[in-house]
Design a protein around this ligand. Structure first.
Ligand SMILES: Cc1ncc(COP(=O)(O)O)c(C=O)c1O
Length: 480
């Protein structure tokens, strides 16, 4: 939510009060340099004792509500037939409108099952934009991901309100080129994670549905950030101004054949689910659930988490929950944009994305500007962000880097966790770093796993630039 002050200025406002807190600490800059060196300049490998604001992700780190905790305490722990699962299934039916649901341990487990069950030889999956784990699972089944966004999607600074739209003409071309029989499914991601958390419009979702129906293609909706997408439809799409988030969510979920989500985001728990109204599709997936996840009434999740997820499913469509991060992100992005910092616009639904390509224009993609920016930001602030650029792309078969479409450093805004003073602090340190961008150089891999290398890969700073950055910070700002 946001409120207008008497001065006319609009600010995001927290529609909750903190009644339980967790202490955080800001370690001195020397310790931050040591910590990032030990982490191989990879923010994933930092320890939280060294992190001040953890903006690595919004996944599994949101604040649960009091009612969600109560849901955990009341959970019915049973291997099979748990009453808590049926409460969850009822919440899914009421909120999303799906009659059949199965839990999975997290979003990528849903991707694994969908890719496995719907795999086709030489198959392709057209998507509005890939997500790292989605792509990995599709490729592990010998298929290929085809990105069919509008060109505008990769324009980092734009006033296009729906950069997450899929280009229907490109979808028709893909069908023409590959044939419908090679298309495993068409995937729409609600707010494109890797290119700035940008939403798609309801009109676009329905247009893609029409094409899928015309050619007998399955449409899959990744609803991990469903409510943020719905909230932004309400704010940005003509005809939806007076609809509630709950109504928009229901309408969106009525469009695809299959829905899946990481529950770690919208429902603020550690789990996920797959849901549908098509019993035949459900029955195709169901036998594999106990093989990879668990029995149908728990699917690899703890019953306590399913109890919290049942409550979170109902709470997530409340505008104060659906809009909580979106409004903070808008404030964050607009302030940086106004200060001339290269940041992805318009603000999306996931976090604030710095355009590392423009922030550090002297670093070539082969030296990973987005990774260098994430490490530099940690040294300058104690804030942990995430590289979403070339390090997040795995090498091709010949061992060459695959350059990302855009080099972004993402500061995710977990739901109900940080306050505006935290965001003001982040803005200040980003501005300081932008003014000292020349002190930051590239990175070089020293160890690199063969798949999803961004998780465990270790790098070193070219010319040991971290030391110069630390010295500049100490002389201008001090130790913290
Ligand atoms: C759009 C999207 N899909 C799928 C996933 C994977 O979900 P999980 O992290 O729960 O495995 C994520 C995670 O960030 C995501 O953002």
């Amino acid at each position: 939510m946001s409120v207008k002050l008497s001065t006319g200025v609009e600010i995001p406002i927290e529609m909750h009060k903190a009644r339980m807190v967790q202490k955080i600490q800001l370690v001195p800059v020397e310790e931050r340099l040591k910590a990032i060196e030990e982490a191989g300049y990879n923010t994933f490998l930092l320890k939280t004792k060294d992190v001040f604001l953890d903006m690595l992700t919004d996944s599994g780190v949101n604040a649960m509500s009091d009612n969600q905790f109560a849901g955990m305490m009341n959970a019915d722990d049973a291997y099979a037939g748990s009453a808590t699962f049926y409460e969850f299934a009822k919440a899914v039916e009421d909120v999303l409108g799906y009659r059949h649901v199965m839990n999975v341990h997290q979003g990528r487990a849903a991707e694994h099952l969908l890719a496995k069950v719907f795999a086709k030889p030489g198959g392709v999956v057209p998507t509005n934009y890939h997500f790292t784990t989605t792509k990995a699972h599709i490729e592990l089944q010998g298929m290929k991901v085809l990105e069919i966004y509008y060109d505008e999607a990769l324009k980092t600074e734009s006033d296009n309100q729906f950069k997450g739209n899929m280009d229907p003409n490109k979808l028709r071309k893909v069908i023409d080129e590959y044939g419908a029989e090679r298309i495993s499914f068409v995937r729409m991601e609600a707010t494109t994670n890797l290119i700035g958390g940008q939403p798609f419009s309801m009109a676009n979702l329905k247009e893609i549905r029409k094409i899928c129906t015309e050619f007998g293609l399955r449409l899959v909706l990744d609803g991990s950030l469903l409510c943020e997408n719905a909230y932004l439809i309400g704010k940005r799409e003509r005809g939806y101004e007076d609809k509630s988030v709950a109504e928009i969510v229901k309408e969106m979920c009525g469009v695809p054949d299959i829905y899946y989500m990481s529950g770690r985001k919208n429902t603020s728990v550690r789990g996920g689910c797959i849901a549908t109204n098509d019993l035949k599709l459900f029955e195709l997936l169901k036998p594999w659930l106990p093989v990879y996840e668990g029995f149908i009434t728990y699917g690899g999740m703890s019953m306590k988490e399913i109890g919290a997820m049942a409550v979170g499913m109902r709470e997530m469509v409340d505008p104060s929950v659906a809009g909580c991060s979106v409004e903070q992100i808008k404030y964050f992005v607009n302030r940086l944009h106004a200060a001339g910092i290269p940041v992805v616009t318009p603000p999306g639904g996931l976090g604030c994305h710095l355009n590392a390509g423009r922030f550090l224009p002297h670093i070539p993609q082969s030296q990973y500007p987005a990774g260098a920016l994430a490490a530099a930001l940690y040294i300058a602030s104690g804030i942990r962000s995430m590289e979403r650029g070339t390090i997040s792309m795995d090498r091709d078969k010949d061992g060459n880097d695959v350059f990302a479409d855009v080099e972004l450093t993402r500061l995710a805004v977990p739901r109900r966790v940080y306050t505006i003073s935290h965001i003001d602090y982040a803005i200040d340190r980003i501005e300081w770093l932008y003014a000292h961008g020349d002190l930051v150089k590239g990175l070089k891999f020293v160890s690199e796993p063969p798949v999803l290398r961004f998780f465990f890969g270790k790098l070193e700073a070219l010319d040991n630039w971290g030391v110069g950055l630390k010295e500049a910070f100490k002389s201008e700002i001090g130790t913290a």
